[in-house]
Each structure stands twice: as structure tokens, then as C-alpha cells.
Design a protein around this ligand. Sequence first.
Ligand code: E4P
Length: 215
Amino acid sequence: MQIFMDTANIDEIRRGAALGVVDGVTTNPSLLAKEGVEYRDRVLEIASVVDGPISAECISTEFEPLLAEARRIAAWHENVVVKIPMGEVGLQAIHRLSAEGIKINVTLIFSANQALLAAKAGATFVSPFVGRLNDGGQDGMAVIRESVEIFENYDLDTQVLAASIRGARDVTECALAGSHVATIPSAVLFQMMGHPLTDKGIEIFLRDAQKYSAV
Ligand code: E4P
């Protein structure tokens, strides 16, 4: 499973990239708003750290302005994937833009049917929001499982990108479900590295190593 970082914070992205496990980055307007920087500047900064897909989101809601915005964002860098929200205008735009070779991540997916439509329209990635579904008492991971199965049934090239991840267990379940990608908040990614028994084990080995000479 590919691991993307779900953040626009460049320090967190640098720390994650240094681990050698980060395949891409996803951003959204809410993440950018925390940073107080220009969207394009930050995306280019991220592209200098991570050599992989970097999602940047459109905010236009009408068809022609959405096409123009998506084309402008796609031109920022070759690794940019344009994020477009699911919906009627979104699907029309995805159909048009994917035919132009623009890579699209369809965001705000909350059902396998939405994922199927987005894939048929030409999406490169679809992003089911696991955490927001779970927050509302629904089974977010079911949308990941169903979308993966549907794409496999019909050999669709679109990749399932599990989004709105809340904890380390979500990541394990995404991997078990066959999600192609999980985009993970920095805190969750860094937490995944550790385990109290790892810390305790290191402490014991270091203590015991005092009892002999290694050379
Ligand atoms: C990423 O592509 C999504 O925008 C993000 O995972 C949403 O996460 P949230 O539900 O925690 O805001």
C-alpha cells in the first residue's frame, strides 16, 4: 500500500520523507488555511521534498471556472494531482480533464457508487473519507473494501485512496482491505513507528549490553 501524508505542513513532510516511506502528499483548503502560505508556493515546496503525487484541491463550483482552475493547478508541477469534489459538475469536469491527461483525485467520496462513477469518469484516485463516515456512525472501511472489490471486478485503473484517517488501526484496516493508498495525518504516521514494547526492549538490550564488551 502506498502511504501519502495528509498535511500541508512542510516540516512534517520533511520528517516523513526522511523515513523513506512516503509516496505522496494530499492537501486540502482546510490544511492550507493552517499554514498561512500561498497554495502554489507550498505545493512547489512539497514537490522539492517528495517525488510523488501531490494533491491540490479546486474550490470552483461552476463547470467552466472549475476547468480553468484545474488546468491552472495542474500546470504548477508535473506531480500535481488535481483534487475535485464529487458531484455532477465534478464528474463532467473529470471526464473533460482526464481526456486532456490531467490526473484527478476525486474527493469527498462517501459511497462505493460515488467511487464507481468517479472511476468511470476518468479519476486517477478516488478518496473515500473513512473517518467522517465513522464519525457519523457509518462503516467507513466498508466503502474502501467495496470500492477495491468493484475496481478489481472490472479491471478499472483508478486507485482507492483512503482519506480522513483518524488512527493507526485505520491504516492497518486499509491495508487489509487492499486500499491502493492511505493518506495519513502526520501524527498517525509518526505514532505508527513506535510501540511501548519496542522502547522497553531497547532499554533492556542497552542495560544488558553494559555487562559485556562488544569489541
Ligand atoms: C484528504 O485527501 C482529505 O481531504 C482528508 O483526509 C480529510 O480528512 P479529515 O476528515 O480529517 O478532514
